[in-house]
Design a protein around this ligand. Structure first.
Ligand SMILES: [Zn+2]
Length: 125
């Protein structure tokens, strides 16, 4: 059964076959969460289309960070309305906790949007 675009993106699958993992280890593995496969283990497409490709992913990561801090700020204001330094402390703590996910999703989203790799229905099973 073919994976949907959004499900494959959320699971960090290769954009061409939607089956092979982009990353080698789990995001919970804090010493190796950033290790990416050079090629897809299922279809063999290169997951780094050109050298330095993922430098642009930091703009996606910045967007994710700003969106998360905005959501955290609104939630804290509605639930508790703490002092300014509590906003800052909680925002920094949450962003450090989700840093592995932010790193991975910024690369996944960047590859899906700008990698030029299209889904190939030959890999459907
Ligand atoms: Zn693949």
């Amino acid at each position: 059964m073919p994976e949907s675009y959004s499900k494959a993106l959320l699971q960090g699958k290769c954009p061409q076959c939607r089956k092979g993992n982009m990353f080698t280890y789990s995001p919970a593995n804090l010493s190796r969460f950033m290790v990416m496969n050079e090629t897809c283990p299922h279809c063999g497409v290169r997951l780094e289309p050109e050298p330095g490709f993922y430098q642009g992913a930091m703009y996606v990561g910045y967007g994710i960070t700003v969106a998360c801090i905005a959501v955290i700020g609104v939630l804290l204001y509605l639930l508790w309305d703490p002092s300014e330094w509590t906003y800052v402390g909680i925002s920094i703590a949450v962003m450090l906790l989700i840093a592995p996910l932010n790193y991975r999703y910024s690369r996944i989203i960047y590859l899906y949007l700008f990698g030029g790799i299209k889904y190939d229905s030959r890999y459907r099973d």
